[in-house]
Design a protein around this ligand. Sequence first.
Ligand code: 13P
Length: 308
Amino acid sequence: MNDLIKAINELKKEKNAIILGHYYQKGEIQDIADYVGDSLALAQWAAKTEADIIVMCGVHFMGETAKVLCPNKKVLVPDMNAGCSLADSCPADKFAQFVKEHPGYTVVSYVNTTAAVKAVTDVVVTSTNAKQIVESFPKDEKIIFGPDRNLGNYINSVTNRNMLLWDGACHVHEQFSVEKIVELKAEHPDAIVLAHPECKSTVLKLADVVGSTAALLKYAVNHPEKKYIVATESGILHEMQKKCPQTTFIPAPPNDSTCGCNECSFMRLNTLEKLYECLKNESPEITVDPEIAKKAVKPIQRMLDISA
Ligand code: 13P
């Protein structure tokens, strides 16, 4: 493994590449990445890097977002099959039709969407800035929010709005078991429940803190003396444990679990071996239709401007 890490670092230097990694990646990928972050941070780093090659260790839509922001750079992903169930729950043609059927609505799309969905969107959001961006619109603004119904319901509840929601969801966050979290809470009555807003409302009701991966991590770093039950993809525990080595983090289990944690199989497709191969061969490379990219960059840039 040390040889592989050395070889990746050499290739990275030789090719002036940058490795960006999401918190849901395997620990060894997070450790070798130049930057590890949530979806917003990944887009922000991609937008400002001077590297010639961006290796996006995450899922496909994250690579697409980087490519749309940096059309002249080469954007690589270690495994092209690393998709997203949430992005898949919102086919671009059906979403475009839905938007067409609702004239006069502002379209707010979660970043977990294809570039083609972003191309029919007014502003993109992540879980870090969704509340802030929705609240930037007048109270009576008619808004379509897609594709995550759980995040949409949560934002409706905290902003007191009634956005029209697309009926999509993340298969990992939908899987958390209310019963098992209640059991864990009984076992660890002093534990704080951290939950991502992609979880179902029944899980969010049990949470003490609801937020993006970066927000949940920040909360734990600021309160390392506490104990945590964590209801989001279990990759985040790597960075939590690294930043708070003395703290107990318990992954919330899904309904049908034998291992006790909830992993996104797409995120876990990326490995150090594939990262090495992708840097060496400069493939697989993300491409986005230039006409789609021209439209998709506007709502992404709008998000970055609001979040700056
Ligand atoms: P954040 O890291 O932005 O909280 O999003 C999590 C996610 O759904 C990544 O696919």
